[in-house]
Design a protein around this ligand. Structure first.
Ligand SMILES: *Cc1c(COP(=O)(O)O)cnc(C)c1O
Length: 391
């Protein structure tokens, strides 16, 4: 039986225990026991598929990985303590000193720190491309380029990268394509279908979807995941079984949650698109989005993030946040609760104005992670805050 997305998300499950439970149990155990010396030997020699120690594997983390592999159409995967542990490991496991990365400039802030501050210490350099000039990806490739790293949609610029185009070039040059799929989740976008070798997730965001636990994943081709797993078993950024148990349950409702997130976000975007206090409003599934056609090609729906550039810059951004009554001022996204952020004075305040401009962050840019509250209440809160902004 060929199962659909929702069914795979709900029915991919670990084996039942002797207690015949319906919902998967939580296996809080650091290690696993063996019957005899031979079984132990075979487990360590990788001759039998057997849990040994929860830094390596655990039934709960495995259930989560199996689910995510089914949803992303990936051959294999590994779960990590955080999205950043996954990003770090994708490079630590697969690249060597002297290798080179080409990346979209507007990557997640901590990914940027790895590329520009830490990996250069190991002689791994990164060349950035602006999201709107990916035709130049070929020119950025060097003889030692081993990886192209992209996010789509980007955070917080909401640029859409044409994965099919980039993967074609990556294949011509025998370079790995890694896609951070955090903003879309496999429900909205499957990078492997467009040629990605590895997909990375921060499960902290829409996969949890309820703002509770931190987690990450790498999914993809089994030979690459084999390398990732060897590195990870030794470096130890494992996801806790508890977090895996939470996240595996969360995935059962991913599709219905995202349907409503996206419906709310599209309704919000249409409502505020031409508001007098807003210079530009961006949402991937609005026809006014510069890469609307690409978004339509590679995404099922537009996601839950909307950005709006307020007239009046920094002051307007601050006034807006201060006037918000219901939505949360927080750094997370993809929660049931709507969250508003002003990147210029928070997440991206350490960048200069020029650096911010390069990644599409203007002084008045507000990022809104649209939640699952009634859309009329979200609109009301934003409307009354915008009223107080001096445009
Ligand atoms: C949050 C985020 C990460 C990092 O994930 P953590 O779980 O916070 O470590 C990586 N990429 C993107 C696009 C993110 O939004």
């Amino acid at each position: 039986m060929k199962k659909h997305f929702e069914t795979k998300a709900i029915r991919t499950q670990m084996d039942r225990s002797v207690f015949a439970e319906h919902s998967s149990p939580l296996y809080l155990t650091s290690s696993f026991v063996f019957d005899d010396a031979e079984e132990l030997r075979a487990a360590f020699a990788d001759e039998i598929d057997r849990n040994i120690y929860s830094r390596f594997s655990n039934p709960n983390t495995q259930e989560l990985v199996d689910k995510m592999c089914a949803l992303e159409a990936a051959e294999d995967g590994v779960a990590f303590a955080s999205g950043m542990a996954a990003v770090y490991t994708s490079i630590g496991a697969l690249l060597s000193s002297g290798d080179h990365i080409v990346s979209v400039r507007s990557v997640f802030g901590s990914t940027h720190a790895l590329f520009k501050k830490y990996f250069p210490k190991w002689n791994i350099e990164t060349t950035y491309l602006n999201a709107n000039e990916l035709e130049e990806v070929e020119e950025a490739i060097q003889p030692n380029t081993k990886m192209i790293f992209i996010e789509s949609p980007t955070n917080p610029g909401l640029d859409i990268i044409d994965m099919e185009y980039v993967s074609k070039i990556a294949k011509q040059h025998n370079i790995l394509l890694v896609v951070d799929n955090c903003f879309a989740t496999p429900y909205l976008q499957k990078p492997i279908d467009f040629g990605a070798d590895l997909v990375i997730h921060s499960a902290t965001k829409l996969i949890d979807g309820q703002g509770r636990v931190i987690g990450g994943l790498i999914l993809g081709k089994s030979d690459l995941i084999h390398e990732v797993r060897s590195f990870f078993r030794n470096s130890g950024a494992s996801m806790s079984p508890f977090n895996a148990w939470i996240l595996s349950k969360s995935i059962e409702t991913l599709a219905v949650r995202l349907d409503r997130h996206c419906e709310n976000a599209l309704s919000f975007a249409k409502h505020f698109e031409n508001h007098t206090k807003i210079k530009t409003l961006k949402y991937p599934f609005l026809a006014s989005h510069p890469q609307y056609k690409i978004a339509k090609k590679q995404m099922l729906k537009g996601g839950n993030i909307v950005t709006m550039d307020l007239k009046g810059g920094i002051e307007s951004g601050k006034t807006f946040l201060n006037q918000i009554q219901m939505c949360s001022l927080s750094a997370n996204l993809g929660d049931t609760r709507t969250i508003v952020t002003h990147p210029a004075t928070s997440t991206h305040s350490k960048l200069s104005a020029e650096e911010r401009a390069l990644v599409g962050i203007t002084d008045g840019l507000i990022r809104i992670s649209i939640g699952l509250e009634n859309i009329e209440d979200i609109k009301y809160d934003v409307e009354q805050a915008l009223d107080k902004v001096i445009g």
